[in-house]
Design a protein around this ligand. Structure first.
Ligand SMILES: *[C@@H]1O[C@H](CO)[C@@H](O)[C@H](O)[C@H]1NC(C)=O
Ligand SMILES: *[C@@H]1O[C@H](CO)[C@@H](O)[C@H](O)[C@H]1NC(C)=O
Ligand SMILES: *[C@@H]1O[C@H](CO)[C@@H](O)[C@H](O)[C@H]1NC(C)=O
Ligand SMILES: *[C@@H]1O[C@H](CO)[C@@H](O)[C@H](O)[C@H]1NC(C)=O
Ligand SMILES: *[C@@H]1O[C@H](CO)[C@@H](O)[C@H](O)[C@H]1NC(C)=O
Ligand SMILES: *[C@@H]1O[C@H](CO)[C@@H](O)[C@H](O)[C@H]1NC(C)=O
Ligand SMILES: *[C@@H]1O[C@H](CO)[C@@H](O)[C@H](O)[C@H]1NC(C)=O
Ligand SMILES: *[C@@H]1O[C@H](CO)[C@@H](O)[C@H](O)[C@H]1NC(C)=O
Ligand SMILES: *[C@@H]1O[C@H](CO)[C@@H](O)[C@H](O)[C@H]1NC(C)=O
Length: 546
């Protein structure tokens, strides 16, 4: 056993001194940027994006690898809650050659969106019945599965029987139910063997007739469907409500807007995928997917709290930067901004089509990428990487600059006998509104907080972050609440798993003065201009002087 003092030496020698790095809470570190159409940094990024996408079309070269641009057409639309900010289409030579459908892709052109359908299906579920059903087992709604669970009970035989009684609607929506995917239609190799040839030719055993799926086996003999037509519900309660006029559950009657680079059959545009429809069969356009995503951002069909509950992860994956929601694919970017940015996405691939629908809640901005042709999955992935790498730094810089213009400056007590003031700044590549100095009635208050909260004379770093709680008054007045994260500059190095240097989430809103939180900061806005700041624990209001 090592003596205790040698452990101390070991700990000291293995841990390097670390520089202070702010640890904001997960979520926006600035208010979402606005007026993006006039924002220089963002517009400059969009000009770069246009040039890069133009070049990708001409040469097939992107910063993230090659795409087969001779065969593949794509469309990219970026939006905020109100409008489309960017729309770029590329039409491949192969598309121009083909006779059916469009020769030139527009934002209204119709693609298949593959598993992008799942996002629409879950959205429809929330609109129709709501999140309270997520915890109910599927056996409540499909009695035949309750019967199946009795015939083959997972209690007695968890190896061969599916535990249908514990498969909830929520687990199905988030891919964590444990049931096999894609019943039989898409990926069963039985359906891929050349017709008329014995499986034994390829090393597969011959199967008894009872092992062949009785339905859903190929795209021609669908399993049965009961009850109110799902297609009707989708059309009436979602597509019609959101005026998604280029979207449909099944093959549109009019295919003049369709993108079919390999012809209608070889492209897979006309293929009916039967009961897989709600998870992968829909048709849509850039313009319609933008309408849908904007309605989510705006909580148009759901309440804001339903939306917040929906836009959360359900489980992690083996990739630390990716989690899964219902049915969101949630990515966490660690290197494009001053904080970790969550990117809510849903990708989809079917036949010669791929789609990506993206919402970045921190900036209230999203985008859609659709592709048709060859290697569309990797084409959409590369374009998504390109868009994210271009817009996130620009959105962050724009948000920081707008925050600086509105809030940075010195706030001073109007009462001359009370020598109180706070100076707020932003710094390039750093998160939040930084408290540069803070005096309360002549006392250096940063030192007081360092001593009171951390018992340290190393000082504190205080940053204000938006809560998005805003009370609008008349005449362009508003009360805007920010919350501070207070961190000691006495930085412990990032140690082991349980001694991290970033765990502010557990420290937030602990300290108060007379029941009012030290983190509670309230700005007052009059005529669209910030006029004062109240560090509410100190029961004082400081007027903006510069
Ligand atoms: C645009 O591209 C140029 C040249 O690569 C680069 O210097 C500039 O920083 C880019 N602007 C933005 C906003 O990304
Ligand atoms: C698309 O891929 C198919 C299959 O690999 C190939 O035959 C075809 O030539 C490709 N189309 C173009 C335009 O490259
Ligand atoms: C377009 O059609 C012409 C004539 O059939 C053919 O020579 C050419 O290879 C085709 N181009 C593409 C990109 O498919
Ligand atoms: C359950 O078993 C009965 C009796 O064998 C059979 O008739 C029925 O089809 C089975 N149901 C299911 C859903 O497997
Ligand atoms: C589809 O499967 C059924 C049997 O389940 C078979 O009779 C039919 O020929 C198949 N169709 C095609 C196009 O393979
Ligand atoms: C498509 O055609 C079918 C059959 O003619 C018709 O019932 C249906 O209403 C049409 N759908 C649309 C969207 O026009
Ligand atoms: C400010 O400090 C002075 C001197 O200590 C004290 O007399 C006065 O009451 C303080 N003012 C407030 C509002 O706390
Ligand atoms: C803030 O108050 C302190 C203490 O009274 C004073 O020394 C400092 O000059 C003031 N700062 C500003 C910007 O007014
Ligand atoms: C609203 O603002 C205008 C212009 O600043 C001012 O004349 C008016 O009195 C204000 N009204 C109220 C109710 O504060």
């Amino acid at each position: 056993m090592l003596p205790i003092n040698s452990l101390a030496v070991l700990a000291a020698s293995s841990l390097a001194v670390s520089a202070y790095k702010p640890c904001p809470l997960l979520g926006p570190v600035f208010e979402a940027p606005d007026s993006l159409c006039e924002a220089n940094i963002f517009q400059s990024a969009l000009r770069n994006l246009t040039a890069t996408l133009d070049y990708a079309g001409r040469s097939g070269v992107t910063p993230f690898g090659k795409i087969p641009s001779e065969a593949t057409s794509f469309t990219v639309g970026i939006f905020d809650a109100e409008s489309t900010l960017f729309s770029h289409q590329y039409s491949s030579p192969a598309l121009k050659n083909d006779t059916a459908g469009v020769k030139t892709v527009t934002e209204d052109s119709v693609f298949r969106i593959g598993s992008g359908s799942k996002l629409i299906t879950v959205y429809l579920f929330l609109v129709e019945v709501g999140a309270q059903y997520w915890s109910h087992p599927i056996t409540e709604f499909l009695p035949i599965l309750a019967e199946a669970a009795q015939n083959c009970s997972a209690t007695g035989n968890p190896v061969d029987c599916i535990d249908w009684e514990h498969v909830t609607l929520g687990s199905l929506a988030s891919h964590v139910s444990g049931i096999p995917r894609d019943y039989a239609a898409l990926f069963d190799l039985l359906a891929r063997l050349p017709a008329g040839m014995s499986p034994t030719t390829f090393g597969f055993p011959q199967l008894p007739a009872s092992d062949y799926p009785t339905c859903g086996y190929n795209f021609t003999n669908f399993c049965g469907e009961d009850g109110r037509s799902f297609e009707d519900m989708l059309q009436t309660d979602l597509f019609d409500k959101l005026e998604m006029v280029h979207s449909s559950y099944s093959l549109p009657n009019d295919t003049s807007d369709a993108v079919m680079p390999l012809g209608s059959v070889n492209s897979g545009f006309v293929a009916n995928i039967g009961l897989e429809g709600p998870v992968g069969g829909y048709y849509s356009s850039q313009s319609d997917l933008i309408k849908m995503a904007q309605s989510i951002m705006d909580s148009k069909l759901l309440t804001p709290s339903e939306t917040r509950q929906w836009m959360k992860p359900v489980t992690h994956t083996s990739n630390l930067r990716m989690s899964v929601g219902m049915p969101w694919e949630i990515w966490r970017s660690t290197d494009l901004a001053s904080h970790e940015v969550e990117i809510y996405t849903k990708s989809g691939d079917v036949f010669s089509y791929s789609s990506m629908t993206v919402i970045i809640p921190d900036y209230n901005v999203g985008f859609v990428v659709l592709a048709a042709g060859n290697s569309t999955t990797s084409t959409v992935e590369k374009i998504t990487d390109l868009v994210v790498a271009t817009i996130i730094p620009a959105l962050e810089a724009t948000a920081r600059e707008q925050t600086r213009q509105s809030y940075a400056g010195t706030y001073t007590s109007a009462d001359a006998s009370l020598a109180s003031n706070i100076t707020l700044v932003t710094r390039p590549n750093e998160p939040g509104l930084i408290v540069d100095s803070w005096y309360s009635n002549g006392t250096d208050f940063l030192s007081i907080i360092a001593a009171a909260v951390y018992g340290s004379d190393a000082g504190v770093d205080i940053r204000l972050y938006p809560t998005n709680l805003v009370q609008q008054g008349s005449n362009a007045t508003a009360r805007v609440q920010y919350r501070a994260v207070i961190e000691t500059l006495d930085t412990a190095p990032d140690g082991g798993l349980f001694t991290p240097d970033c765990q502010t989430w557990a420290m937030t809103a602990i300290f108060s003065y007379g029941f009012v939180g030290l983190e509670d900061f309230l700005f007052e806005v009059v005529g669209g201009k910030v006029v004062s700041l109240s560090p509410r624990a100190l029961r004082t209001t400081l007027s903006k002087t510069t």
